[in-house]
Design a protein around this ligand. Structure first.
Ligand SMILES: [Zn+2]
Length: 307
């Protein structure tokens, strides 16, 4: 099967129209705020663009096109390839950065492992205030790090092993719930609120979906521009994604009595544990290591801002 943008597997000859479409999509994805992979895919399908096998585009196919080094004119070993590139090296670098960004992966690092304190800037660098990223130093060792770079803009001075930090935070949360007579009550109220928020989000997503359907009809009848339709459709997709997230969170079963809590924690998935942490903790500040090379986790590095 030929790659998109080229007539043969060896990329001996390119198809300018397809290369241009790929470039325009990359520019939109990188530089137009709020553009998602999902939105781009539905835009391409609305426009009638097809893959090389004549099918509709999907998120994985577009993701592969964006991430494939060959499309940036690179051989597998990184040397320049003899064919004309779809993306220049800088665009390719930004695509890789954006598509493999820890925040977009919902707390999963490049090795597919889950982190308790990523997302919503839960864990932040005490020195510069930027969110810590899930970032393994050595393969197999989960770590949080303050990352320098244009997108993250951190100071790069803080790095902490995830196991020690997460265990400390978990202990603090469980102790807090147990100490507070109203611990389970607070969980119940937060959970109820999640349910209400999710129901409201579903309602908003439904009406946005209706508006998009109406707009599709208007567009088909020639009464609305393609741009206007795509804008309404993208808005509906965004609300649908938000509502799906909230619905998932509201469906998590949380502990209801003090006695349940430790047991619940030990058996919960990290995603579910995160819901409980979010109810009680606003931020976790991680400061510099004081004792160098210490084997045990230094709790003095951590300051928790409770809700
Ligand atoms: Zn920092």
């Amino acid at each position: 099967m030929r790659p998109y943008g080229y007539t043969t597997n060896q990329r001996t000859e390119c198809i300018d129209d397809e290369l241009e479409k790929g470039r325009a999509a990359a520019a939109q994805f990188l530089d137009q705020d709020g553009t998602t992979l999902r939105g781009l895919v539905s835009e391409w399908n609305v426009r009638g663009y097809k893959t090389v096998t004549g099918r509709d585009w999907t998120e994985p196919t577009m993701r592969r096109m964006f991430l494939n080094p060959a499309n940036a004119g690179l051989l597998p070993d990184g040397r320049p390839a003899p064919w004309p590139a779809m993306f220049d090296p800088e665009t390719h670098r930004r695509l890789v950065e954006k598509l493999t960004d820890p925040d977009r992966r919902n707390g999963v690092d490049l090795e597919g492992r889950v982190y308790l304190l990523t997302g919503d800037e839960r864990a932040v660098c005490a020195l510069c205030g930027k969110a810590l990223s899930a970032h393994p130093t050595t393969p197999g060792v989960r770590s949080y790090a303050c990352m320098t770079g244009r997108r993250t803009g951190g100071c790069g001075k803080i790095r902490v092993q995830a196991d020690g930090l997460e265990k400390h935070v978990a202990t603090q949360v469980l102790a807090r719930i147990a100490k507070d007579m109203d611990g389970p009550g607070a969980i119940l109220r937060a959970h109820e609120k999640l349910g209400i928020d999710a129901a409201r989000a579903r309602e908003q997503a439904r009406s946005a979906q209706e508006a998009a359907k109406t707009m599709a009809g208007e567009f088909a009848a020639g009464n609305a521009s393609k741009e206007a339709y795509l804008q309404v459709a993208a808005h509906a997709e965004r609300l649908a994604a938000e509502s799906a997230d909230l619905t998932r969170l509201a469906a998590v079963e949380l502990p209801t009595t003090i006695d349940d809590i430790a047991n619940w924690w030990n058996h919960a998935s990290v995603e579910d544990q995160r819901v409980l942490v979010d109810i009680f903790i606003e931020r976790v500040y991680v400061g510099s290591a004081t004792a160098r090379g210490s084997r045990t986790f230094d709790e003095k590095r951590v300051t928790i801002a409770w809700r």
